[in-house]
Ligand binder design. Structure first.
Ligand SMILES: [Zn+2]
Length: 373
């Protein structure tokens, strides 16, 4: 074996040894209303769970809560790193939250602020990314290399995981699938554009359509009107799902409409990324097959190369609301391993320097090198 290949083999076996190191890590998911923090092991199992309310506009309060939770969990477990999943745009270096819709973060150097107060490595990422990573590593995506994940809540969160890594794009902003335009001049979206996908395939879309029919006093909406005592503002997405489960034909139809829009958009994403599976999560996915059957039909109906290609299965997310912090903890584990590799590299360098120094001193070299006789 040549020198170079020996060195490469040594490096590879060293990396493998470090990767066998399976520390516990903390994952934190910061949502609009609550903060979930869990100690997670390398198989994705949650060892300990904590929950706190999010104090939306109090940046320092949220930061203090994160630090307190970590300190509290560190007293119970030996943890190696912290991963934070936050709703909002996180830059490509995973340190700054550029903008958050629920919290008052604007260009907030969250990683630096938190790691200044902690003794272990910290990573920050967008919550849709951590959720997708959690689902792909330990949930519905196990066994798949190319995973497309969409989360249906008030909007659509999304991410794509390629070979175990979240694809982030040049600015860390990849995966904003919800704002692809599906209807030119369609419904107005809070992002400022019109006709975004999430205006048709989300919890908000489901509620909007149901409310419109109640307001119009449509006879088909009698059951939904009954549920909200005739006040459409009080109707929620989960109530529509419950009514559909009980057999209300309109609620079944409304969920199927959302599913059809979902499938149409997914067909576009499948054409672009060719994933091996699609995972659908978030509150609306609680409707199960009432949503996913129309989604599958519509996706296949719009798929490029249909009949001549493998159709990716559309799977229901498995980890529920825990996916976000489980994925964040997994990111933290990778960060801990990187940091340990770097520490070891530095230690080896120092060792070599000291050894060289000793040798020089033994040979009487150094500053007082003797002239040759
Ligand atoms: Zn939009």
């Amino acid at each position: 074996m040549s020198d170079r290949s020996t060195r490469a083999a040594t490096r590879a076996s060293r990396r493998a040894r470090v990767n066998l190191w399976d520390p516990l890590t903390i994952g934190i998911d910061i949502g609009g209303t609550k903060i979930l923090a869990g100690v997670v092991d390398s198989s994705g199992s949650v060892v300990e769970l904590r929950r706190r309310p999010t104090l939306g506009h109090d940046i320092v309060g949220v930061e203090n809560t994160i630090v307190e939770l970590v300190h509290e969990l560190q007293q119970l477990y030996d943890v190696a790193a912290v991963g934070i999943g936050a709703a909002g745009f996180v830059d490509a270096s995973r340190s700054t939250v550029m903008f958050s819709p629920h919290l008052a973060w604007r260009d907030e150097p969250l990683r630096a602020r938190v790691s200044d107060r902690l003794t272990i490595p910290v990573v920050v990422d967008n919550d849709a990314n951590t959720t997708a990573l959690g689902e792909s590593r330990f949930g519905a995506g196990v066994g798949h290399r190319f995973v497309l994940c969409v989360t249906l809540g008030t909007g659509i969160g999304g991410a794509i995981v390629l070979d175990g890594r979240v694809y982030r794009g040049a600015n860390g902003m990849a995966g904003e699938f919800g704002h692809m335009q599906v209807v030119p001049d369609g419904h107005r979206c809070p992002c400022g554009n019109r006709g975004c996908w999430e205006q048709y395939a989300s919890g908000n879309a489901l509620e909007r359509e149901a409310r419109e029919l109640i307001v119009a006093r449509s006879p088909v909406a009698h059951r939904l009107a009954e549920i909200c005592d005739g006040d459409p503002a009080r109707l929620s997405g989960p109530q529509v799902t419950d009514a559909a489960r009980e057999g209300d034909p309109l609620s079944i139809e409304l969920l199927a409409d959302v599913g059809r829009w979902l499938g149409t958009g997914l067909a576009g994403l499948v054409a672009a990324f060719d994933p091996s599976c699609v995972i659908v999560g978030g509150g609306v996915s609680d409707a199960g097959d009432l949503l996913l059957e129309p989604t599958r039909d519509s996706m296949v109906r719009h798929l490029v190369g249909r009949g001549y290609r493998a159709e990716p299965p559309v799977l229901l997310a498995r980890l529920g609301p825990q996916a976000g912090f489980i994925g964040a903890a997994d990111m933290a584990r990778s960060a801990a391993r990187r940091s340990r590799r770097a520490d070891r590299r530095r230690a080896r360098q120092l060792e070599r320097q000291q050894l060289r120094q000793q040798l020089r001193e033994q040979r009487g070299e150094g500053w007082f090198r003797r002239p040759a006789p």
